[in-house]
Ligand binder design. Structure first.
Ligand SMILES: Cc1cc2nc3c(=O)[nH]c(=O)nc-3n(C[C@H](O)[C@H](O)[C@H](O)COP(=O)(O)OP(=O)(O)OC[C@H]3O[C@@H](n4cnc5c(N)ncnc54)[C@H](O)[C@@H]3O)c2cc1C
Length: 404
């Protein structure tokens, strides 16, 4: 069996309604991923979390290849695409095909949660941080979650608090699970200000900021997360994002886009598991015939091919809804996340099942050969939890059906 599986999506799925500019992005990102990510993908997906394991070289290479410019308008130094959200989601799918940890940290968080929120910062901050971020010189993070609050982002639940002081704010509290925080330079922090929520941009070098060691997680190992404690941290008033009291709105706008991203990540992971398993089924013989000739597996994978087509179409449509500012964007994004993330877990589980021991193994000691499905299965689970658990996506869709 060849090490690089065939790309079955190229035969089964037709990128029929993608504009030329998005097709170009897909080809360019896939080429980058094959050249630069594939050689280190196993290491990225299997090395336990540590500061040293953060792929700085790859981040620089992504920046040099212009990937960090894809989501942004020309006025910020971005690629100025007509459909930037669509191109970003396609990029997420292509990178997640090889490493969902990398795409979650450097695209979904760095470019969508951090980059999109940056658009709401003051002109001075935008001029300073957009070029640095696109050059890969600044790593960003985005903090809403706390030890006792994440799904419930209400003033009642939130503990991180800002108070007005001369020239700005004083911030105290604790955030948890914050992607990129161990290696980040800046963080958007959702904080309580009196009885409303406000978003502040914190320079992580500020006095009073303490970032913990990276958490040890089930998957997405190169997506480093940690607790961050703020002890009377001074935040200048120029670092207020938007207006006081508008913090939740800023957070939810970015999170809505991030959700489509998680759907696209799911499609990338699911397609990788599909391609690997189908190649395997064609070669592996049991009882004198290939696994691929068994109707049980043919039907199951026909269903998966159909679900992949649906999940990909959903994220494409949700991204277009955002780019075209359609009123349906909330529920489109919720559907794309729900379907893409659950598909990745389902497909990875069955791909492992049909590949048997070769699905379950990470590295075979006798040959030294490395296998990808075990990591995809581990990495897929978090997609159903973060950026709004899938039950919350169901809630968003249900509200459209039944009203509030
Ligand atoms: C790897 C990783 C990276 C992360 N990165 C970030 C980051 O960069 N920034 C950040 O702010 N946060 C981040 N998070 C936090 C993440 O968004 C939260 O873990 C997620 O929102 C779930 O919140 P929670 O863990 O507090 O669970 P809870 O809010 O306690 O929810 C637990 C479970 O309850 C169920 N549930 C909740 N509400 C409902 C409901 N209304 N109806 C039915 N069931 C419900 C869901 O099944 C949910 O999974 C990250 C987490 C992880 C693990």
């Amino acid at each position: 069996m060849s090490t690089i599986p065939r790309r079955y999506a190229d035969d089964i799925y037709d990128d029929l309604w993608l504009p030329e500019e998005t097709l170009e992005v897909r080809a360019r990102v896939r080429n980058f991923a094959e050249q630069q990510v594939r050689p280190v993908a196993h290491e990225l997906n299997n090395t336990p979390e540590s500061l040293e394991a953060f792929p700085r070289k790859l981040v620089t290479e992504m920046a040099e290849a212009g990937l960090f410019r894809i989501p942004f308008p020309a006025e910020y130094g971005g690629a100025g695409l007509q459909y930037p959200t669509l191109a970003t989601m396609v990029m997420l799918e292509e990178i997640s095909y090889l490493s969902s940890g990398l795409s979650a940290s450097m695209i979904d968080v760095q470019l969508i949660l951090f980059g999109h929120t940056l658009k709401h910062a003051s002109a001075e901050i935008r001029e300073q941080l957009f070029p640095a971020m696109m050059a890969g010189d600044v790593v960003g993070s985005f903090a809403t979650s706390e030890p006792a609050a994440s799904t419930d982002l209400s003033v009642r639940a939130l503990q991180t608090e800002a108070r007005r002081v001369e020239g700005g704010y004083e911030l105290s509290g604790q955030k948890r699970w914050i992607t990129n925080s161990p290696v980040a330079d800046y963080m958007f922090v959702l904080s309580k200000l009196e009885d409303s929520m406000t978003m502040l941009l914190v320079n992580l070098q500020s006095e009073g900021v303490q970032v913990g060691e990276p958490d040890k997680k089930m998957g997405n190992h190169c997506q480093l997360t940690a607790d961050v404690v703020f002890d009377k941290v001074f935040v200048p008033e120029t670092h207020l994002v938007g207006r006081e009291g508008q913090g939740l709105k800023a957070a939810l706008t970015s999170l809505t886009l991030g959700r489509v991203g998680i759907g696209a990540c799911g499609v990338g992971m699911a397609q990788a598991a599909f391609d690997y398993a189908v190649d395997y089924m064609k070669e592996r013989e049991v009882f004198g015939k290939p696994l691929a000739s068994m109707q049980h597996w043919q039907y199951r994978f026909a269903d998966y091919a159909t679900r992949l087509e649906s999940a990909r179409n959903l994220y494409v449509k949700a991204a277009l809804a955002e780019d075209k500012q359609r009123p349906s964007v909330q529920q489109q994004c919720a559907m794309a996340k729900l379907v893409g993330s659950s598909l990745a877990g389902d497909l990875a589980r069955d791909a492992i099942q049909v590949c048997g021991g070769y699905g379950f193994v990470k590295e075979l000691a006798h040959t030294g050969k490395q296998y990808p499905l075990e990591a995809i299965y581990r990495d897929s689970k978090i997609g159903e939890i973060y950026e709004g658990a899938n039950e919350v996506q169901q809630l968003i869709i249900a509200r459209q059906v039944f009203g509030r």
